[in-house]
Design a protein around this ligand. Structure first.
Ligand code: ACO
Length: 191
């Protein structure tokens, strides 16, 4: 995803971790002009993700990021576009208080880290970038994918989780979240 400004000036690392402050790196802190470009990038990514998932409205935007305690991992390719860089995609996670049905069908209250939105630019999908981003987040959070909950995962994302992390056995829920069997096996060890 190309932008009419220098992506490398906004995001210093290959993967940037953005929170409510929307600061992409040392350079963009305290620079309203660069902050405005970061807003443009996040809004554009949110719209593209919603379109790819056929959602009526984006679930990711700069203003939503500023009002919620979520974290957004943004992957760039700094060499493309004549050295100005391109944005490859993003992954948004956050903690949510959920009521889930365990393997016995008993309601339990948990607050796992959830995948809330995930998008790799159309022309770059199926090149391993999604896994690079997801693995970065797992290392950053020091977490196993089976201990996470997934908000309304798309068919592509379910295929991704099955392929890369062998997550196939989901436990039926009454909400939009998907968790896999090991979520309950490993719970007590994780807490
Ligand atoms: N059809 C089916 N499966 C796909 C597709 C596709 N078009 N694209 C990726 N996958 C899955 C497959 O398992 C694929 O393996 P395969 O090629 O051997 O079949 C695997 O992902 C490829 O892994 P990566 O290359 O690491 O993944 P990618 O960079 O494509 O990122 C992602 C995966 C984020 C799901 C991407 O395909 C995408 O942006 N899709 C559109 C948006 C979307 O559905 N996002 C998830 C929303 S749900 C949520 O966020 C909770």
């Amino acid at each position: 995803m190309e932008f009419p400004f220098d992506i490398n000036q906004l995001f210093s690392e290959r993967v940037s971790v953005l929170d409510q402050t929307l600061v992409g790196g040392r350079k963009s802190a305290g620079r309203p002009d660069l902050q405005a470009h970061i807003v443009t990038v996040i809004d554009e990514l949110g719209r593209a993700s919603a379109k790819a998932q056929h959602l009526p409205a984006p679930i990711t935007s700069a203003s939503k990021m500023q009002s919620q305690r979520h974290q957004l991992y943004l992957l760039k390719d700094g060499e493309s576009n004549g050295g100005r860089g391109v944005v490859v995609g993003f992954l948004k996670v956050g903690y949510k208080k959920l009521f889930l049905l365990d393997l016995q069908g008993v309601h339990i209250e948990v607050e796992p880290l959830c995948v809330l939105d995930f998008y790799i630019a159309e022309n770059l999908q199926r090149h391993g970038y999604g896994m690079e981003l997801f693995d970065f987040m797992l290392q950053h959070k020091n977490l196993e994918p089976v201990l996470m909950a997934y908000d309304r995962p798309s068919p592509k994302f379910l295929s991704f989780l099955a392929k890369h992390y062998c997550l196939t056995q989901s436990v039926p829920q009454v909400n939009n979240f998907v968790v896999f069997e090991g979520f309950f096996f490993n719970r007590s060890a994780a807490q």
